[in-house]
Design a protein around this ligand. Structure first.
Ligand code: PMV
Length: 324
């Protein structure tokens, strides 16, 4: 059986940074994100006993380097006695550059693979399987504004994920300013470990996260853009401060990243409802209300060092495209 699924990346407004259980890949903190619409990964999975081992094609090319993580995710989802899989992934945006390509990839993978194996787990089980591969991927199973919470289950830490507001309930537009196209120098997993071990700010980061989540959750419930903007920028800058104070420092930004932040601040000073957020990479994501998206995009395009911009509204969670 062959199954195809599609998933969109998500952008965290209240960030996940740090793991409490490295083996199970359980985050140290809860997080809150928005799922995008027009950026996407499409995955097709077919299990075939005649294959000697799993095979992965990424945008039409063999992708041996990414295969172990993908195989491991399939083992977690279906058990290691499963048949070998032929996996095809097609992604319409840059990979491993701080644009959450692993989130959309693993979310699409678990949906396609479970259906190709004749199974139909509930969304939370799929989110947990995706989250084991990439913490942020758990959120891409859901659409709109999504919260990931930490819970305890049978004495062990686990995640619970839900959509707290549907994508059409409070439309937003996200403009991504691409400031570099190469792969990031340090993976987020390695950087998180380093932060936990060496950053003097890590304990304080953990301590205040629930408070930030509470403020963001209320801002979403009240559709209060300026409250959401303020807490999102604060939480993002705190995460990067934790990284910068790690030893060796983890700095994902470049000159253009800072220039984009200045552009957003300039727009804010003119009363434009927009805010920025930045993940483990140099790209800047500007979140704004849809009616001023053209102005925000133009301002970012004209910012020194910006290579390209992409734009997306909010979208739904991962979904099956078809089976054959
Ligand atoms: O899902 P990972 O392991 O790539 O970690 C992603 C972490 C951030 O993107 C920086 C923050 C987040 O919550 O998505």
């Amino acid at each position: 059986m062959r199954a195809s699924a599609v998933a969109q990346p998500n952008i965290a407004l209240i960030k996940y940074w740090g793991k409490q259980d490295v083996a199970g890949n359980i985050p140290a903190v809860g997080s809150l994100s928005i799922t995008l619409d027009s950026l996407e990964t499409r995955m097709t999975v077919e299990f075939d006993d005649r294959l000697g081992a799993d095979e992965l094609q990424l945008n039409g090319e063999p992708a041996a380097r990414m295969l172990p993580r993908v195989s491991h995710c399939l083992d977690n989802l279906l058990g290691s006695k499963r048949a070998p899989a032929a996996i095809e992934s097609v992604c319409n945006f840059p990979i491993a550059a701080g644009l959450a390509s692993s989130a959309s990839a693993f979310a699409a993978l678990v949906v396609a693979a479970s259906r190709a194996a004749g199974k139909q787990p509930d969304t939370l089980s799929l989110a947990r399987a995706a989250g084991q591969a990439s913490g942020s991927a758990a959120r891409s199973l859901y659409g709109g504004f999504v919260e990931l919470q930490l819970i305890e289950e049978g004495g062990s830490p686990a995640i619970a994920v839900e959509s707290i507001l549907q994508e059409n309930a409070w439309p937003m537009q996200v403009i991504v300013a691409i400031t570099a196209t190469g792969e990031k120098p340090v993976s987020s997993s390695d950087a998180m470990k380093l932060s936990a071990k060496t950053s003097p700010f890590y304990a304080s980061w953990l301590e205040h996260q629930d408070h930030d989540l509470e403020i963001a959750r209320s801002a979403v419930a009240d559709r209060d853009f300026s409250a959401l903007a303020a807490i999102s920028e604060h939480n993002c800058l705190k995460m990067h401060s934790v990284m910068w104070a790690s030893r060796p420092p983890v700095v994902y930004w470049n000159k253009a990243t800072l220039a984009c932040m200045e552009t957003v601040r300039g727009l804010q000073a003119d009363g434009v409802p927009v805010f920025f957020t930045i993940d483990a990479g140099p790209q800047v994501k500007a979140v704004c209300l849809p009616d001023i998206a053209d102005r925000v995009r133009k301002a970012l395009q004209e910012t020194d060092g910006v290579i390209d911009t992409m734009e997306s509204s909010l979208g739904g969670g991962a979904r099956l495209l078809g089976m054959s």
